[in-house]
Design a protein around this ligand. Structure first.
Ligand code: ATR
Length: 286
């Protein structure tokens, strides 16, 4: 699949290190083609050493009249200092995954991960409002997930992490913005035996290639049909956690849908057109 490059082609890209494994270029270029937009999405490998490379890259977006960019590991937090404005979502999550270059050159940082997660949950028939949610992990993606859940007025969140202090830090940060949300911090895996949760979300990296033979869950605690298990990990597909949960009769999905939705929302930020979710999903396969 190739997009024709013309003298008018508008550019966006993915800033990260490394970026070679990313499926975002394929997904976005398929979306531009399907939407008849003369746009192109390119990988932009920006090393984190020396640190000034990131500043140069961000200034370069403006200098080269890029319309925007996605930002991934390891720059999602460090990029903030080079941007002019942040949306509420980016401020709350404390990380940027989407930059919009406005016509006046102002660089706006947004984060579509929380909205993307919720959009995919809803698309899968799970409305988290007033539900009890068990979140595994307390890193960057957990922060986006918990922010999305807080916006949806969940009943309560149990936050389970191997390093309990990180879960406590995340709880304090979320409480600054959502003081009323009920969050209980527990130790992963030790204290996760009470399955009084409707929705279980894996935000740890356990189970991700090449760690595909592991899962962040104790096999002695079977899921039940009433549980909805969402694994942010999508490589491999299915993950061991998704396989185990499905075998137990639970509804289980991986994080590919979130990847697509966060991309569709970024697409809309840049182009003003809704991202063609089905095209984007089809472009990255199962
Ligand atoms: P991301 O941006 O994908 O969230 P991250 O911020 O590095 O990545 O967070 C990784 C998460 O996976 C953390 O919650 C981490 O737990 P710790 O805070 O204790 O490090 C969790 N994690 C990674 N490897 C793990 C393992 N082997 N067992 C349990 N949790 C693990």
């Amino acid at each position: 699949m190739t997009n024709d490059i013309t003298a008018h082609t508008q550019l966006v890209g993915l800033i990260g290190w490394p970026v070679g494994h990313s499926i975002s270029p394929r997904m976005h270029n398929a979306a531009f083609n399907a939407s008849n937009l003369d746009w192109c999405y390119v990988p932009l490998a920006v090393p984190d050493d020396p640190p000034e490379r990131l500043a140069e890259a961000i200034h370069g977006l403006r200098a080269l009249s890029f319309r925007g960019a996605n930002v991934t590991v390891p720059h999602k937090q460090s990029v903030i200092q080079y941007l002019d404005e942040l949306t509420d979502a980016a401020q709350t999550i404390g990380a940027v995954n989407t930059i919009i270059v406005q016509k006046d050159g102002v660089l706006v940082g947004d984060n579509t991960d929380a909205r993307g997660f919720i959009a995919d949950l809803l698309a899968n028939g799970m409305d988290p409002s007033r539900k009890r949610v068990l979140v595994l992990g307390a890193g960057g993606s957990a922060r986006a997930v918990v922010t999305g859940l807080a916006e949806m007025n969940v009943n309560a969140i149990m936050l389970a992490n191997r390093t309990v202090s990180k879960a406590e830090e995340l709880t304090s940060a979320v409480h600054e913005r959502y003081p009323d949300i009920d969050i209980e911090v527990v130790n992963l895996p030790g204290d996760v035996s009470d399955l009084d949760a409707d929705l279980i979300v894996n935000c740890t990296s356990v189970g991700m290639e090449p760690d595909s033979h592991n899962m962040p869950w104790n096999r002695d605690i079977p899921f039940q049909a009433k549980h909805f298990v969402y694994d942010l990990v999508y490589n491999p597909s299915p993950t061991l956690l998704v396989r185990f949960a499905s075998e137990c009769g639970a509804h289980a999905v991986n994080g590919k849908g979130m990847l697509v939705w966060q991309g569709a929302l970024a697409f809309e930020c840049w182009t003003g057109h809704p991202g063609p979710v089905d095209v984007m999903k089809a472009s990255i396969g199962d």
